[in-house]
Design a protein around this ligand. Structure first.
Ligand SMILES: [Mn+2]
Length: 439
């Protein structure tokens, strides 16, 4: 296994090196440094927030996030990794494990943050820095910090995952499936939202701060809030429905998976089953050349079909779609890129230069407006919700079957989300096989 990871990682670094070399050349730069960042304290307190290193730094360095580290990338040279390891008896310094990624770098251990300056390439070279702390870079004499042209180009390429990155997201999905399945069991066991979250974390072997985003773990009508992370500590009188939108990380790369369950058979369970079918059907249309905005609009048509077939809204699917009634029930985007970040970059970016597609006038929450190409990874996550504020806007509308809607309100809503990779001639669903292998 380790050999395979080593091979995948060294190919990954080779591809990153190629990308960076081209980008640095076109920006007339000789070298680029990436600072991992610094920890932040709570206000009026000396306790620090969980630290996540600079995103671009993490694309190179598979180690645990460590502050005050520096990556020096110079075409034609092995990348230098300045690794911060203070002599400290209060805190255990981050170790450099004997791991598959270490051979790809010339590693220099530094003991104090200011020693990082010693790793800067010699004077006379044109250097740029990527860093959150611009003033720190300026104080080192690096005046070009976060140049837009470099950022746009790097972000653009992040949409195309290397084989190594694909494999990490596949692994993250395996962990997610295991954790989601533990959460499902806990729901059927009658656990509270907080108990379910704790069982999810245990099955994922994650601390809560390792989750890529605060998990939504909600029962009943609370499922109508799109991102709800209050984690009720007392059981509801009756557990009708359960919606869980929760991710995992594996070596900095994420899975983002959502499932909805009904406690008993009935119309809500039937709606979930239908949504699952619509999701798998729409995923089967994905391939290179398809525009994701069209997929999002196609999902509105499918949800119009569900609203019509179940009699939630009166009229044909076409009428419901034309009257835009689906926006009341499906008010969010169909999906987003995934990667090092949960909402990975460049979903609105139309080229390497950073041309911005802008928000879609009718679908402003759609985070992915790109033509699909091999190597892209994203979510597909349709929803059908009964949201009080949006239903209130339709109050008195005779096209809405209020009797049925009132019957469904206590269930909150449905969302199902899988993670997809676009291949040369179609797609790979990473989430379904991860659940299937659990048996
Ligand atoms: Mn998502």
């Amino acid at each position: 296994m380790t050999n395979r990871w080593k091979e995948l990682f060294s190919d990954h670094i080779e591809q990153l090196t190629e990308r960076y070399t081209t980008i640095l050349g076109s920006c007339e730069l000789d070298a680029l440094i990436i600072h991992s960042g610094a920890e932040k304290s709570r206000y009026l307190d000396n306790k620090i927030y969980p630290f996540w290193a600079h995103t671009h730094f993490r694309q190179w360095v598979a180690a645990e996030s460590n502050a005050h580290c520096l990556l020096v990338i110079r075409p034609g040279h092995k990348p230098i990794l300045g690794w911060y390891q203070p002599r400290d008896y209060w805190h255990a310094p981050a170790q450099i494990p004997d791991d598959y990624w270490v051979d790809s770098f010339a590693i220099e251990v530094i003991r104090t943050p200011d020693q990082l300056q010693n790793l800067l390439p010699e004077e006379g070279l044109r250097i740029a820095a990527l860093a959150e702390d611009e003033a720190l870079m300026q104080s080192w004499g690096v005046t070009v910090v976060n140049p837009e042209k470099v950022m746009h180009a790097l972000n653009w390429h992040r949409a195309y995952k290397t084989t190594y990155e694909q494999e990490l997201i596949r692994e993250a999905n395996k962990i997610a499936a295991k954790a989601h399945s533990a959460a499902e069991k806990a729901f059927h066991n009658g656990d509270t939202e907080l108990q379910i979250l704790l069982k999810y974390l245990q099955a994922a072997d994650h601390r809560e701060c390792e989750l890529p985003f605060p998990a939504t773990v909600v029962l009943n009508e609370r499922a109508s809030t799109l991102h709800c992370s209050g984690y009720k500590r007392v059981p509801d009188e009756e557990a009708r429905s359960f919606l869980i939108d929760a991710g995992t990380t594996y070596r900095h790369y994420i899975a983002d998976v959502t499932r909805t369950y009904a406690a008993k058979p009935g119309i809500f369970a039937d709606l979930i089953a239908r949504m699952d079918k619509e999701l798998l059907d729409i995923i089967s249309t994905l391939k290179p050349g398809v525009h994701y905005t069209d997929v999002h609009i196609d999902m509105h048509r499918r949800i119009a079909g569900m609203l019509s077939d179940f009699g939630i809204v009166k009229g044909s699917a076409e009428e419901i779609f034309e009257k835009k009634y689906t926006h009341t029930f499906f008010p969010h985007g169909l999906g987003h890129f995934i990667g090092i970040n949960t909402h990975d970059v460049a979903g609105w970016q139309l080229d390497c230069e950073g041309t911005d597609a802008g928000k879609h006038p009718e679908h402003p929450f759609l985070r992915l407006q790109r033509v699909l190409e091999p190597g892209m990874m994203f979510t597909v996550e349709p929803g059908l919700y009964f949201i009080e504020t949006l239903l209130a806007e339709q109050e008195g509308n005779k096209d809405f079957n209020w009797n049925l809607i009132n019957q469904l309100r206590p269930y909150g809503g449905i969302r199902i989300e899988d993670n997809i990779l676009i291949t040369e001639d179609g797609y790979e669903n990473l989430t379904r096989p991860a659940f299937a292998r659990l048996g």
